[in-house]
Write a new protein. Structure first.
Length: 284
């Protein structure tokens, strides 16, 4: 009876640890405001700036009407993250939790504009090309305490997009780049964590494949890349050392995925053979 009790207790503790390490968060995306710094410049400065732009062969045009499109792309990027659930608008009464898992996201957009230039094609004809720029700061706050959890400025500059033939197309390209950056950033900020639970195939002194304890319900997918760490306690604190990289090959259950070792096969095999705790973290 006592053995059964401690087995159940161990299972409960394991399940609680799993829940905490991949804790899900709700993010209510609220208002985005446009604080265009160029609006504060004097009329003379604006005229001089335009003259300089023309002299350089380029003209920049404000596109403040796309604020809602920027907000929508941030909403989409957050919602596509593994551990974040995006809500379009504020929480309803009773939805805010006191455990830190309900967050607000607000944004301040400081630039959304297009730059246009005149270029000559191979037939000596002139035509106009466009690029777009975006700069937006997103603040994450605990919905219960209003405490700032994270602030990040996302910038899409001239160097991030190609010149294209329409202003609308340039905005679309910049918004797509913004969405990818938002998605990647919050996946890195709130990564998935797993453990290597068993080695699979090996060759000589190198591990070729391993099993991890996460599956599709957590957001794991074929082709996902992961970093591998070993841990130890130093002066009462946890220390981690990266020893390799994995790539998910096949989802084999809700809590089991087969991964191919891409780097560190010898180190991973040695750690598993030694009975060390081998942890895994998502990188995309």
């Amino acid at each position: 009876m006592k053995k059964i009790f401690f087995s159940l207790l161990a299972l409960i503790l394991t399940m609680n640890a799993m829940a905490e390490r991949n804790q899900k968060y709700s993010v209510a995306v609220t208002d985005f405001t446009y604080n265009n710094k160029s609006e504060s410049t004097s009329k003379t400065q604006k005229v001089l700036g335009t003259i300089l732009d023309i002299a350089a062969g380029q003209v920049t045009i404000d596109k403040g009407q796309y604020v809602d499109a920027v907000r929508a792309k941030v909403l989409q990027g957050i919602g596509a993250s593994y551990r974040l659930h995006a809500i379009d608008g504020p929480y309803q009464p009773g939805e805010v939790k006191t455990d830190g898992t309900t967050l607000y996201a607000s944004g301040i957009l400081t630039n959304i504009s297009t730059t246009q230039r005149s270029v000559e094609d191979a037939k000596k004809k002139m035509h106009i090309e466009y690029k777009a720029q975006i700069s937006v700061t997103v603040h994450l706050k605990d919905a219960a305490t209003d405490k700032v959890v994270n602030s990040k400025t996302f910038t899409v500059s001239d160097y991030d997009c190609s010149w294209i033939e329409t202003s609308e197309g340039a905005i679309t390209n910049a918004l797509a780049a913004l969405g990818k950056r938002v998605h990647s950033y919050y996946n890195a900020l709130f990564p998935l964590h797993a453990s290597i639970i068993e080695g699979s195939t090996e060759k000589k002194d190198k591990q070729k494949e391993v099993y991890i304890d996460l599956g599709a319900p957590s957001g794991v997918h074929k082709g996902m890349h992961l970093k591998v760490f070993v841990t130890k306690t130093v002066a009462g604190k946890e220390a981690k050392k990266e020893i390799g990289k994995l790539k998910v090959e096949e989802i084999q259950g809700d809590e089991v995925s087969l991964c191919k070792v891409q780097k560190g096969g010898a180190e991973i095999k040695a750690a598993l053979d030694a009975g060390e705790t081998v942890l895994v973290t998502s990188v995309d």
